[in-house]
Design a protein around this ligand. Structure first.
Ligand code: ZN
Length: 100
């Protein structure tokens, strides 16, 4: 089953800006697209998680992740899509705590 989302150009621009600024094309990076539960098909924000990335993988910051879950609940938002920038040489490690 697939879903169709409305994606403002600004969210797409923010996503690529995060990838250029963080990963520099050499390290793995992720951006989460979120939307409100009242309108889940309309992406409203690109969230760049605090993480470490290196040649061998990608690790989310545990404290950031906990705060992020709380902010989602407070703002009535949900994660809809996880965008991943992977360097040309693919990593074989997966995130230690993946976000659905
Ligand atoms: Zn990043």
């Amino acid at each position: 089953m697939s879903a169709v989302y409305r994606l403002p150009r600004s969210v797409l621009d923010q996503t690529f800006a995060h990838f250029r600024g963080c990963g520099l094309g050499r390290r793995e990076c992720q951006v989460l697209w979120v939307s409100p539960w009242e309108a889940p098909d309309t992406i409203t924000k690109a969230v760049h998680p605090e993480h470490e990335a290196h040649v061998g993988g990608f690790v989310l910051d545990d404290h950031w992740l906990n705060d992020f879950w709380c902010s989602l609940a407070q703002e009535n938002l949900g994660v809809r899509i996880r965008c991943t920038h992977t360097p040309a040489r693919r990593s074989t490690r997966r995130p230690t705590m993946p976000i659905p």
